[in-house]
Design a protein around this ligand. Structure first.
Ligand SMILES: O=P(O)(O)OC[C@H]1O[C@H](O[C@H]2O[C@H](CO)[C@@H](O)[C@H](O)[C@H]2O)[C@H](O)[C@@H](O)[C@@H]1O
Length: 282
């Protein structure tokens, strides 16, 4: 585990000190689940669910905050079972899907979701033509209900295809009042109006959090990093930012207090946090 400065180490100590009021927010793909070629085959790294349950004993709440649909991440992460075990410790697991557009908790156990955004069905109708015109007809299109993900990972030159598509997708999405969310070899088109930063702020209010630790790996997590950073500057919470590092996406490294090596490194971090907060509250 690599603290980026002495100040970062002090921030770790501050969130551990406030463990009873700490919310730990985690991204899914690239953070809890290793990146794989086929998005339908991603699964939480074995052992991480158990670590989350252990950590729940000594913190206020856990939250998985993801671009995925809530229903999908509950299945891929085995999070219904994790939520049940977290509940046995008297704690809550929150799952915020589609960048905070969908909400599930281990207490209510139902997904609250808005209607698909206006313009999304038109976008989907026009997308195949756009992909053909930009030599990316074989891109994998993920229909997420409230959003569409255009994946280039399985194309011959994934980065070049991503770069070719980004501006035309941005332009069509803008025409239809939709928001573009670039990620790791994926361009997502979704409803505007919320992001992972808003989801973090809502959780802080809802839980009455005194500390917030967020762990993420990708561009969609920048808003959450910025929210924790701002809340920390305002003195509202103690905050810690952890980057699940990868050679593919360096954007979060410079914003983070701690850089770990992908989902395996996240496991090591959670193990240490569970041990340190356990000592504190046990
Ligand atoms: O916010 P996240 O939990 O990180 O979700 C972001 C998007 O992740 C998924 O795509 C990424 O993971 C795939 C599986 O490893 C990989 O094939 C793809 O290249 C990555 O971009 C997911 O498919 C999207 O729906 C999520 O929004």
């Amino acid at each position: 585990m690599d603290f980026r400065s002495a100040e970062a180490e002090a921030r770790y100590d501050a969130v551990v000190e406030r463990a009873a009021g700490l919310v730990v927010g985690l991204d899914f793909d690239g953070t809890l689940a290793p990146i794989v070629e086929d998005p339908t085959e991603a699964t939480i790294l074995p052992g991480t669910g158990e670590l989350l349950v252990e950590l729940a004993e000594s913190v206020a709440a856990l939250a998985v905050i993801t671009g995925r649909p809530a229903r999908q991440v509950l299945a891929l992460g085995g999070l219904e079972e994790v939520g049940t075990a977290v509940g046995e410790h008297g704690r809550v697991l929150h799952v915020l899907g589609q960048y905070g557009n969908e909400r599930w908790s281990s207490v209510e156990r139902r997904i609250v979701s808005p209607q698909p955004p206006r313009g999304l069905s038109t976008f989907e109708l026009r997308l195949p033509g756009l992909l053909r015109r930009h030599d990316a007809a074989e891109a994998y299109v993920e229909d997420k209900g409230l959003a569409v993900g255009i994946h280039t990972r399985r194309l011959a030159d994934p980065r070049a295809a991503f770069d070719r598509l980004l501006e035309p997708v941005r332009s069509l999405a803008g025409e239809l009042g939709l928001q573009v969310e670039p990620g790791r070899l994926v361009i997502e088109v979704r409803a505007p109006g919320t992001d992972k930063g808003a989801a973090v702020r809502r959780l802080v209010d809802q839980v009455g959090a005194e500390a917030f630790c967020f762990v993420g790996d990708d561009l969609g997590d920048v808003a959450a990093f910025e929210a924790v950073h701002a809340l920390r500057e305002e003195g509202a919470v103690a905050g810690l930012l952890v980057c699940a590092g990868s050679p593919e996406e360096p954007a979060l490294r410079d914003l983070a207090d701690v850089v770990v090596d992908g989902p395996e490194g996240v496991q090591d971090f959670l193990r240490r946090l569970a041990a340190d907060t356990g000592v504190r509250t046990g």
